[in-house]
Design a protein around this ligand. Structure first.
Ligand code: GLP
Length: 255
């Protein structure tokens, strides 16, 4: 695991966007795993402005979002489909057939299981994820893989913890509106990605970052599964790294 501790959120986003755009340059047909949440917003902004001056920026790329709420439709403003539309799709040449987001609009167990299986198979059919960007939940969740998720999990429907629902309540009109379930790619799906870049910013992530730095590997802390992968870059700012920032330093590799 490669660690980069940056001064602030802007720098984290700059580095993340550089990873993103360099990978796209090297392989225009790249298959990308796409995060949502507040943390990647600055990365998407930078990617959008860079793509504004690049012909055929996303013309051959394929994207797979990592998760989606269950029980809201794609046009709900808090859906991750709508998030992608707002922050990336409408500003770039990423064409609809190449954008994949799990469909959480149906709520029946059989329909959701079928959608999860379809989504996992679609990733495989695309040749697997080449590069996946991840945020980090305060409780260590990655995508919507909450604490206790087995490391061999694949795309499926999951229940959201109270802490995750509270952390995401700001995207909804009221906290009660936050769905209780989501579709998410699994930890094994993520570990199959050729490489991964995890972003964390701000004091609220400090405990989770510290736990990731400890090197422990435990399903109680889902992000720790990333220690099992040979090509993971962690981009954090000093607020998230806290007092350990000096000890870790850019480029060293705990865990
Ligand atoms: C959300 C998303 C995750 C995201 C995480 C952190 O629940 N499902 O994929 O990485 O929580 O979000 P934020 O960046 O807003 O803190």
């Amino acid at each position: 695991m490669r660690w980069e501790i940056h001064d602030d959120y802007d720098e984290v986003c700059h580095r993340a966007a550089t990873h993103f755009l360099d990978a796209l340059d090297r392989n225009p047909r790249i298959v990308l795993g796409m995060p949502t949440g507040r943390t990647p917003l600055g990365m998407y902004q930078r990617v959008v402005s860079a793509c504004g001056v690049r012909p055929r920026c996303f013309a051959y790329a394929t994207t797979f979002n990592l998760d989606e709420y269950v029980g809201i439709t794609a046009d709900h403003p808090a859906s991750y489909r709508a998030y992608m539309e707002r922050h990336l799709v409408r500003h770039t040449d990423l064409a609809a057939p190449r954008i994949h987001v799990p469909d959480g609009s149906r709520t029946g167990d059989a329909e959701l299981a079928a959608e999860a299986a379809r989504y996992e198979a679609e990733i495989v059919a695309a040749g697997g994820l080449d590069l996946t960007f991840l945020g980090l939940g305060r409780n260590g969740h990655i995508a919507f893989n909450e604490p206790g998720t087995p490391f061999d999990s694949r795309t499926r429907v999951v229940g959201l913890t109270a802490s995750t629902r509270a952390a995401n309540a700001g995207d909804f009109a009221s906290p009660d509106e936050v769905p209780h379930r989501a579709l998410t790619v699994g930890i094994a799906t993520l570990l199959d990605s050729t490489c991964l870049v995890l972003l964390a910013s701000g004091e609220a992530k400090r405990d989770a970052v510290r736990r990731l730095q400890s090197g422990e590997i435990d399903p109680a802390f889902p992000a720790s599964a990333l220690h099992l992968h040979p090509d993971v870059t962690v981009l954090v700012d000093r607020a998230a790294a806290g007092s350990s920032a000096e000890a870790v330093g850019a480029g060293s590799a705990p865990g």
